[in-house]
Design a protein around this ligand. Structure first.
Ligand code: APR
Length: 229
C-alpha cells in the first residue's frame, strides 16, 4: 500500500493556465489592491466593484484550461492506491476539470454563490449583480463564496484530519505567506511528516526537499516517480 499524500496548492498551480498569481511584482492583483476587492469591508463599501471583480475572475476561469500539473495530480489521485488529499487555496475549478475529485477549496470557489444572511450556497451565475437575490431565502444578500481576508478558511477540521493521516506533505505553487495555510508545513513537520516544495522560485521555507521550476513540468515528473516507482 502506498503512502497517503497531502497536497496544498496555490496560485502557481494555475499560473500556466493563464490565471494570475497574487503577489506579482507590482503588488497588485489584476490592477487592484487586495484590500479594495477581497475583504468584507470592501464588499460593504463598494459591492459593485467587488461583484465586477469576481465576475471578471469567473469569466477568466471559464476561459482557462487545466494544465499538465492539474492533470497529473488527478492521475496521482486515481492511480496512487492510497489517499491523495487535494487542498487548494485556488478559487478556480481547474483541478476538477483536470479530473480530480473531492478537492478541498479552503478559500472558497468563484463558481459558487453564498447568502450572507441564511448561509445557503448555490452555483453562481456568470454575472452577479449588486443586491443579487438568494435563491433560498429571497434576501438581496448574495455574495461570491470566497473567503476574504479577515474571514475564516473553510474545512479546517477536515484539513487537519487529512494532514494527520498523511505521510508526505507537498506544497505546489504557493508563496506560503497567508495563514493558516502557511502553517501547514510546520504542522506536518511536527507530526514527523516528510515535506516537499515544488515552486518556480523556492519560498525559502524549510522543506525537506525543494524542486524549483514550472509546475507543468515538475508536477508530472514527480507524479511519474511516485506512480511509476
Ligand atoms: N509553477 C510553480 N510555481 C509557480 C508558478 C509556476 N508556473 N508560477 C508562480 N509560481 C509560484 C510563485 O513562485 C509563488 O511562490 O506560485 C506562488 C504564488 O504565490 P501567491 O501569488 O502568493 O499565491 P498563493 O500562495 O496561492 O496565495 C495564497 O493569498 O491572496 C491570497 O487568498 C489568496 O489563496 C490566495 C492566498
Amino acid at each position: 500500500m502506498g503512502k497517503a499524500i497531502f497536497i496544498l496548492s496555490g496560485a502557481g498551480l494555475s499560473a500556466e493556465s493563464g490565471l494570475k498569481t497574487f503577489r506579482a511584482e507590482d503588488g497588485l492583483w489584476e490592477e487592484h489592491r487586495v484590500e479594495d476587492v477581497a475583504t468584507p469591508e470592501a464588499f460593504a463599501r463598494d459591492p459593485a466593484l467587488v461583484q465586477r471583480f469576481y465576475n471578471e475572475r469567473r469569466a477568466g476561469v471559464a476561459a482557462a484550461q487545466p494544465n499538465a500539473a492539474h492533470e497529473a495530480l488527478a492521475r496521482l489521485q486515481r492511480d496512487h492506491g492510497a489517499p491523495v488529499h487535494l487542498v487548494t487555496q485556488n478559487i478556480d475549478d481547474l483541478l476538477e476539470r483536470g479530473g480530480a475529485r473531492d478537492v478541498i477549496h479552503m478559500h472558497g470557489e468563484v463558481n459558487s454563490a453564498l447568502c450572507a444572511r441564511c448561509g445557503h450556497r448555490w452555483e453562481a451565475p456568470a454575472v452577479m449583480v449588486v443586491g443579487e437575490v438568494c435563491v433560498a431565502c429571497g434576501a438581496p444578500t448574495a455574495r461570491p463564496d470566497i473567503v476574504w481576508f479577515g474571514e475564516i478558511p473553510y474545512h479546517m477540521e477536515a484539513i487537519g484530519a487529512a494532514l494527520e493521516e498523511s505521510d508526505l506533505f507537498v506544497a505546489i505553487g504557493t508563496s506560503g505567506l497567508v495563514y493558516p495555510a502557511a502553517g501547514f508545513r510546520q504542522m506536518a513537520q511536527q507530526h514527523g511528516i516528510a515535506t516537499l516544495e515544488i515552486n518556480l522560485a523556492a519560498s525559502g521555507a524549510r522543506f525537506d526537499d525543494v524542486r524549483e521550476g514550472a509546475a507543468s513540468r515538475l508536477v508530472p515528473d514527480w507524479v511519474e516517480e511516485i506512480i511509476g516507482g
